[in-house]
Design a protein around this ligand. Structure first.
Ligand code: AKG
Ligand code: FE2
Length: 269
């Protein structure tokens, strides 16, 4: 266990230890986006608060993370590959996901620290572009500063494992989670679609969704950040039924896909 922790530290780094890291896609200790080893962030321009980093994890980091997940044994015991844990950590059958609240496994803490650091060291936080300034501070950052000050930044984890053909229906994440969500993709590429929520009419009913649907291509090792509009005003879904996973005119080759979602539970007084 300690060995695994040390290995993860070495690979993802540690917020309390900024020594040199080997085989890292990004050196979070280097505060310059001009560094070619620094991950590149892409805003999804149609959706405020949605950022994609395609090169967040190296191939090596991805396999370390997958082994750590597999070592948890979460996906071995239940039928249909569908298990999860609840607060208190009892095992329960729960579709294709494993959930943890509070005490996250060490690999998830390392991953969360790594996401936090990579955002903190992004130049945009310190030197917003003039267009971002005119749109307000939130447009300038990968995550707004108040979310980066949370301690911890994330305390809830879901690992989803999707077999080819399996996906997740259009949804907005539950309101019991705070704003600011991170999703790491592993194993298989997929297209995640974002659909704007319908307007609420005078009688309080939601109008049918506007037809606008924004596809975002998630490759293994990528990291997606959602906050503000992207988190509350857009649904996200992954439809892996035949015909729905199209990217650049081609159907995406499906394999098993694992995703890790990190969120923060709302504080209850
Ligand atoms: O698998 C993914 O990439 C998304 C998962 C998700 O949206 C969720 O668990 O709420
Ligand atoms: Fe979600």
């Amino acid at each position: 266990m300690d060995d695994e922790k040390a290995l993860l530290r070495q690979i993802f780094g540690d917020s309390s230890d900024s020594e040199e890291k080997e085989d890292s896609t990004h050196d979070v200790g280097c505060h310059s986006t001009s560094d070619p080893n620094y991950p590149t962030w892409e805003p999804i321009k149609e959706i405020k608060g949605l950022w994609l980093c395609r090169d967040f994890l190296s191939t090596h980091q991805q396999s370390i993370l997958l082994s750590a997940i597999q070592n948890e044994g979460w996906f071995l015991e239940a039928s249909n590959n569908q298990v999860g844990t609840r607060p208190g950590n009892e095992l329960e059958i729960f579709r294709i996901r494993a959930m943890r609240f509070g005490d996250l496994p060490s690999w998830a803490i390392e991953l969360s620290n790594s996401i936090h650091e990579v955002i903190l060291y992004d130049d945009r936080l310190y030197e917003p572009t003039s267009s971002a300034v005119s749109e307000g501070v939130e447009a300038a950052c990968l995550l707004p500063p108040d979310m980066l000050l949370r301690e911890p930044v994330f305390d809830q984890l879901i690992v989803n494992v999707y077999q080819p053909g399996e996906g997740i229906c259009a949804h907005v994440d539950l309101m019991r989670f705070e704003d600011g969500i991170a999703i790491v993709s592993l194993e298989s590429s997929c297209v995640m679609h974002f659909t704007q929520l319908g307007e609420v009419s005078d009688c309080g009913k939601e109008q049918p969704d506007l037809p606008i649907k924004i596809p975002v291509f998630l490759t293994p090792g990528s990291l997606v950040l959602l906050f503000g509009d992207a988190r509350y005003l857009w649904k996200h879904e992954i439809n892996r039924k035949p015909g729905f996973q199209m990217w650049e005119g081609q159907e995406v080759n499906q394999k098993r896909r694992t995703s890790i979602t990190l969120r923060k539970l709302c504080h209850v007084e």
